[in-house]
Write a protein that binds this ligand. Sequence first.
Ligand SMILES: Nc1ncnc2c1ncn2[C@@H]1O[C@H](COP(=O)(O)OP(=O)(O)OP(=O)(O)O)[C@@H](O)[C@H]1O
Ligand SMILES: [Mg+2]
Length: 406
Amino acid sequence: MSLAPSATGPDVDVPALLVRTGRPAWDYGALATVRTLGRWGIPVLVMAEPSERELLRSKYIAGRVAVPLSPEAPPERSVGVLNAVAETFGGPCVVIAGDDESAVLLAEHRTDIDPRLLTFDVAADLPRRLSDKASLAGVASAVGVEYPRHIVSTSTQDIRRFVDDVGLPVIAKSPEPYARLADSAVPFTRLIRTGAELAGIERVAAHGHRVFLQEFLARDGVQFWYTAGVATRAGEEPVVWTGRKVAAHPAETGVGVVNVALPQKQIAARMANACAQIGYVGPFDADWVLDPSNGALHLIDFNPRRGAQFRLFTTTSGLDGVRACHLHLTGRHIDWGEQVFGRVQLVENLSLAQGGRGRPRRYLRDPVAVERSWWAADDISPALAMAGQMLGSAGRKILGTAKGRG
Ligand SMILES: Nc1ncnc2c1ncn2[C@@H]1O[C@H](COP(=O)(O)OP(=O)(O)OP(=O)(O)O)[C@@H](O)[C@H]1O
Ligand SMILES: [Mg+2]
């Protein structure tokens, strides 16, 4: 291995380890991570369930080293799992966090983690503060960024007062990293449209569950923007890539299923400035809502890790966020190049579920390139495994309906 800071190109002697927490399903961000590094000749080790055929069938996977970390396990045990991988492997290895929880663990326990596992030297508390929807409000206000009005409470009275104030619909979210994986009350971001749905949330709160509600910013014409990149030096403004989420699944609160790389200098500048002020280092993926009618701009989410759609953002030098992490953590020179605009990133199975709204050409007649999440001509097995699962579940539904009628 060579660690000369001026060396160019990836250090293919240093493998990567994709760390994941919980029970990830249909994780196209994991597949994209494996493919982008694999295509550079870097061996990629993953933590995955043996059942994840749509990931494990990729020809770019060098090995499955363990199942994903358990969100319930004490951190020492998770660190033990990571250190055992380092021990087995014996040499340096770049660590890529696949989700907020993994990013939080890597930061909070960096000093206990085997130094052969190469991670970003981020302030230990930052990933948790950024990925927690309530504490993110404090960070946003400290750096002069607008954040939607919200409440975190167990009091039905407070909840009612908040909703009276902002009006329905409101967004309910699981506020903290880890909680979302164990949170049966609000396991994912969802829209509360009616009084009956709100009553359900109030019941949850009355049982002592902290509920996070936020004003819903999605009025007609508002735009959802991504900012992504890799901050390599604390206090310095990183390069920020931008793109728009044009279709999501579920439509109003879900992941982007059609995303388009487009320039948005104002949001890029705000994000770069925020990262510098916060002192953040590492990969980031943050969501913003822009209302072009009045210029109002709100930060809504800051993921202290690469996003699942990170391949939306590529540059003229062949870079993306995961490749930039590998270069940086192996001490290689990074030629950032310029962001390639006009690319579309598509999640085929989810865009199907969105029907016409999931068709990329509805948004961009002539994309520079369409990056599919499952299909890749040089690595077809994951798409086949995915198609097999979808056909299987469609078949089971049809059989179930026929039985129900019979
Ligand atoms: N206050 C809001 N107003 C309008 N839409 C919102 C708001 N908050 C969230 N959304 C929508 O819901 C999506 C998911 O919300 P959010 O990003 O906060 O959740 P998350 O669980 O952290 O998602 P991710 O897995 O992408 O990190 C957003 O990308 C956005 O489309
Ligand atoms: Mg998030």
